[in-house]
Design a protein around this ligand. Structure first.
Ligand code: PLP
Length: 286
């Protein structure tokens, strides 16, 4: 079956889908995106993803291409046309097509919108979670507004590639003070020896992950101890458990950092419990 994408008002076969070479996303990475998990046909935390998309657009002064209601309809149509039950929806908005010039084009230039979707077997993630994953650290080379979910991901691409070349699943980005910012495409968490769950506070230096936000709701509903603060690589190496969160990874236990074993070198009980609660909550919302 050929895959179908939504591109600026039309549903087209992905192999025939094209955007202009003068699209500002192509020329300047002048755009933003969202990735929303699909579980049993439902878009998990969709409203939060759409709210973050609206915020990213507002921060960059890009107009909303369509209303949130229309975007929900388009996303469902793309899922339906591609017969996807589990996987993710990808939404990308750029500042539109205009002759190349750094300054914004006139307001009459409409933003570009594409929506695609991909099928992912959830058993794959579950199998990875049973074993846990390794992360490798690399310097955080990104700009100072990574709270905006911009399509300009070159430092993230390089970090992930470096991680992959060392056999790791994810890269943890280390800031100039030696503190862990977040993963290249995930938020970073540790659980210290006294059982406190720790993740970096939200400001301009990390992306406010939707999975992170929902997990914090779960953590507080279950009366678990949480600290939102920076933690160093050294503290992470001495942690009882570590894990990452993201819309496609959910809660994924980390068992090694730069080749150093975390805890027992196996997925921690708390990370696995949080993953299973997250699954249950997602299933309930479908
Ligand atoms: N941090 C970065 C840099 C990301 O790219 C992502 C997801 O792509 C996340 C965190 C996790 O965000 P979410 O939970 O919304 O997927």
């Amino acid at each position: 079956m050929s895959r179908i994408a939504y591109v600026n008002g039309a549903y087209v076969a992905t192999r025939d889908a094209v955007v202009s070479i003068e699209d500002r996303g192509y020329q300047f990475a002048d755009g933003v995106y969202e990735v929303c998990e699909v579980f049993r046909g439902a878009l998990i935390d969709e409203d939060r993803h759409l709210a973050r998309l609206a915020r990213s657009l507002a921060e960059l002064r890009i107009a909303e291409p369509v209303s949130a209601v229309a975007l929900k309809i388009i996303s469902r149509e793309v899922l339906h046309k591609n017969k996807i039950l589990n996987g993710y929806v990808y939404i990308q908005v750029t500042r539109g097509v205009a002759p190349r010039d750094h300054v914004f084009p006139p307001a009459s230039v409409r933003p570009s919108l594409i929506v695609t979707a991909r099928s992912v077997d959830p058993r794959k993630g579950d199998a990875a979670a049973q074993k846990g994953v390794a992360v490798a650290t690399t310097p955080d080379l990104r700009w100072k507004r990574v709270d905006i979910k911009s399509i300009a991901l070159l430092p993230n691409v390089l970090a992930r590639q470096t991680a992959k070349e060392t056999g790791a699943y994810e890269a943890w980005l280390i800031d100039a003070e030696g503190m862990v910012s977040e993963g290249a495409a995930s938020n970073a968490w540790i659980i210290n020896q006294s059982g406190t769950i720790i993740t970096r506070q939200v400001d301009h230096s990390i992306l406010r992950g939707i999975t992170r936000t929902t997990l914090i709701d779960i953590i507080s509903a279950h009366g678990l101890r949480l600290e939102e603060r920076k933690f160093s690589l050294e503290e992470a190496l001495g942690a009882r458990e570590a894990f990452i969160t993201g819309a496609t990874t959910l809660v994924m236990p980390v068992v090694a950092i730069d080749g150093h074993t975390i805890g027992e070198g196996a997925p921690g009980p708390m990370a696995l419990k949080l993953r299973s609660i997250f699954h249950d909550e997602a299933a309930r919302s479908t």
